[in-house]
Design a protein around this ligand. Structure first.
Ligand SMILES: Cc1ncc(COP(=O)(O)O)c(C=O)c1O
Length: 377
């Protein structure tokens, strides 16, 4: 398969694909990434889990991302193999045995995270602590976040001082990390969490150099409006003035969705239209749409192509059904599409780059690895 097309219409005319096609738009990725990196007042660590496709990682790197939040040794390996000069951070508090040792010895990883005193001993058994930075991860959820990232990992704020002291005792540099949630719908969540962090930091015996404020920066979807990313970054810039960092200190962030979402689309074929405005398509909840099982937004912006041309006209709401025989394989939200849509048409869903490619399965034998580049934006 040719890998690069000027636009989606041309790709459809040439391929008339039977399997779903995932389209990488380099221009979109370059612009959104460069804007984020420019607007964030500190180090931007891309959360690789959001989309670990090498082409996506490469585009983010080309757009200025040099730091990577990795949650497993394979993620570290993938980034390090692509870019030996990138800095990988191993930012999960519970790891497979030996993973921290290999990350440090083979890939030079120096940044790790713990959220329990037992995690310090297991880390110290594997890495050179005086040559490492160890973040204590604090639990700090905000109600405006769709996903709570403090339910599984994170120590209560009042226990952070003792964790920091225990890290200090090993000779490692202590630092602080937290995640206010994923798909955080109100920028003041960051002000709140940075406020909690500031309080905790005032109780510490030392001033910290690094504070990692996590990911969570939300993206808009149909029926899921959120403020523009600039408002989140402005809230961070304002709140960080209160952080009692050591002189020369820095804040870090771990955006996944905000970097991964914008530049990928999924093009799926309509296989059948049934009464009741039901469309059966060739991708679904076990494939590229799996993230829709997690709550929050329920669909993606969509447009339709017929015979390689954009289809317009009056729209109405459709329910979409995936290709497996499983009855939960139904997209949760209705999608507005041209009323005359029919079998053989293609739907392109945009902004679908986060938590899509990286978690699709081959359940029922349905799996597409057709990934192409679209040069237009
Ligand atoms: C520790 C950690 N950092 C960063 C992220 C990225 O979150 P988001 O995609 O909402 O920016 C996640 C998401 O699960 C996470 O668990």
């Amino acid at each position: 398969m040719n890998n690069s097309y000027r636009d989606v219409a041309g790709m459809l005319r040439e391929l008339r694909p039977i399997q779903p096609v995932y389209c990488i738009y380099p221009r979109r990725y370059r612009k959104s990434t460069a804007d984020f990196v420019k607007g964030f007042p500190g180090r931007v660590l891309y959360a690789v889990k959001a989309n670990d496709h090498p082409s996506v990682i490469r585009l983010l790197y080309d757009s200025g991302v040099r730091h990577f939040d990795c949650a497993s040794l394979p993620e570290v390996r993938r980034v390090a193999d692509l870019f030996p000069d990138a800095t990988c951070y191993f930012m999960v508090p519970v790891r497979l045995r030996g993973a921290a040792a290999e990350a440090q010895q083979k890939y030079g990883v120096r940044h790790f995270v713990i959220d329990h005193v037992d995690g310090i001993a297991s880390l110290a058994a594997e890495i050179d602590m005086p040559n490492s930075v160890v973040f204590a991860r604090m639990a700090v959820h905000h109600e405006s976040a769709i996903m709570n990232l403090s339910a599984k990992f994170g120590a209560p704020p009042e226990t952070i001082p003792s964790l920091i002291e225990a890290i200090l005792a090993t000779g490692a540099e202590p630092a602080l990390a937290f995640n206010v949630g994923s798909s955080v719908t109100r920028p003041e969540a960051y002000s709140y969490a940075i406020g909690v962090a500031s309080e905790v930091m005032r109780q510490l015996p030392v001033k910290l150099r690094l504070v990692d404020i996590g990911g969570g920066f939300a993206m808009p979807y149909p029926e899921f409006p959120v403020p523009p990313i600039g408002e989140y970054l402005a809230a961070v810039r304002e709140a960080m003035k209160e952080l009692p960092l050591r002189p020369g200190g820095e804040i870090l962030c771990e955006p996944g969705r905000a970097l991964a979402a914008p530049g990928l689309t999924a093009v799926v074929e309509v296989l059948m239209r049934k009464e009741g405005d039901r469309l059966f398509i060739n991708d679904g909840m076990y494939g590229i749409f799996w993230e829709l099982r997690c709550g929050g937004h329920e669909s993606f912006p969509a447009r339709v192509f017929r015979d390689g041309t954009l289809l317009s006209g009056n729209e109405r709401s459709f329910r979409l059904y995936g290709p497996t025989c499983d009855s939960i394989d139904i997209l949760p939200g209705a999608v507005e599409l041209p009323a005359e849509i029919r079998a053989g048409d293609y739907i392109e869903f945009s902004g679908i780059g986060a938590y899509s490619l990286s978690g699709r399965t081959d359940f029922n034998g349905h799996y597409s690895d057709n990934i192409v580049t679209i040069e237009s934006d």
